[in-house]
Design a protein around this ligand. Sequence first.
Ligand SMILES: [Zn+2]
Length: 103
Amino acid sequence: MKSMSGGSARSRGSSCSSSRFKAVDGELPKSCSCGYKWSQQTSLTKKNPVRRFVACPVRDETSCKEFFWTDDPIPPRTMQIINELESEARTMDGQFKLYKLRL
Ligand SMILES: [Zn+2]
């Protein structure tokens, strides 16, 4: 279904152009303010390991940096464990599969 007309009175201009990431927990809009459908991604940063988020699909080509988390924040303790496992797994290389199974 393609309806680019987007009837509702949603004219927020192009506040999309700021270079800062805009993460909002809570309600997820249907699309980013460019009008594109979100692309599903998984964060692999130390701060937010294996968290899921949706991001603007054209954020590499435009200055749009919008994204939203789509799952709950990881509790600090769990995050620490994940990061520890990950760095251990990196050193041990081949053992990574094992850790994955235990998660
Ligand atoms: Zn966008």
